[in-house]
Design a protein around this ligand. Sequence first.
Ligand SMILES: Cc1ncc(COP(=O)(O)OP(=O)(O)O)c(N)n1
Ligand SMILES: Cc1ncsc1CCOP(=O)(O)O
Ligand SMILES: [Mg+2]
Length: 210
Amino acid sequence: MQNLQFITHYTEQYGYADAARLALEGGCRWIQLRMKDASPEEWMRTGAEVEALCRRYGATFILDDHVEWVDVLHADGVHLGKSDMPIDEARRLLGQDRIIGGTANTLEDVMLHAVRGADYIGCGPFRFTTTKEKLAPTLGLEGYRRILDGMKKKGISLPLIAIGGITKEDIPALMETGVDGIALSGTILRAGSPTEETRNILRILNVQQS
Ligand SMILES: Cc1ncc(COP(=O)(O)OP(=O)(O)O)c(N)n1
Ligand SMILES: Cc1ncsc1CCOP(=O)(O)O
Ligand SMILES: [Mg+2]
């Protein structure tokens, strides 16, 4: 599993597919297409575009929320939160070969996802972010330490990626907590060059993991 997931977000400067392309050009190989409030037509059009980009770069392509479009858009999987389809139901529909990620804010969330058959956990938010509305309580570094320690004690070894308001400067300390990777949107999209920023972030991540 990759240690950097880029999550699309619409900005004045970049559309969803442009954002994905910039992250891919910078070396990211795990893209989540997240388009809150997009119409089914936009999902089909942009989803096809991002799928083609991911294939060209050999990247993993997952959808936010929409289990029903994983097959249609030839996605590799889906990311599901608390108000989305339960992971065990998605697993029954998608089979063992698709990737299913689950959102967690507590150890209890992680335990439920583990029992229901998630492949990885998106755990956060690390800190406040404007990219998502209705945020769960922020975790900070201590929150990740606590959850990872609980997972160890329970014998849960699912990959856990940190998410929410993460900046480049946060990466060393976050990786020190033992998380397996990070998911980013704003930090990459706000950079002068999202492609160069992605490259720099991957460099920091890979130094941390070597
Ligand atoms: C990697 C990752 N982690 C968490 C989330 C949040 O998912 P969810 O709680 O369903 O919220 P929305 O993204 O659907 O607004 C995520 N998308 N990706
Ligand atoms: C989708 C999501 N879930 C929790 S925080 C978040 C947004 C992450 O984006 P950013 O890196 O811009 O804070
Ligand atoms: Mg969701």
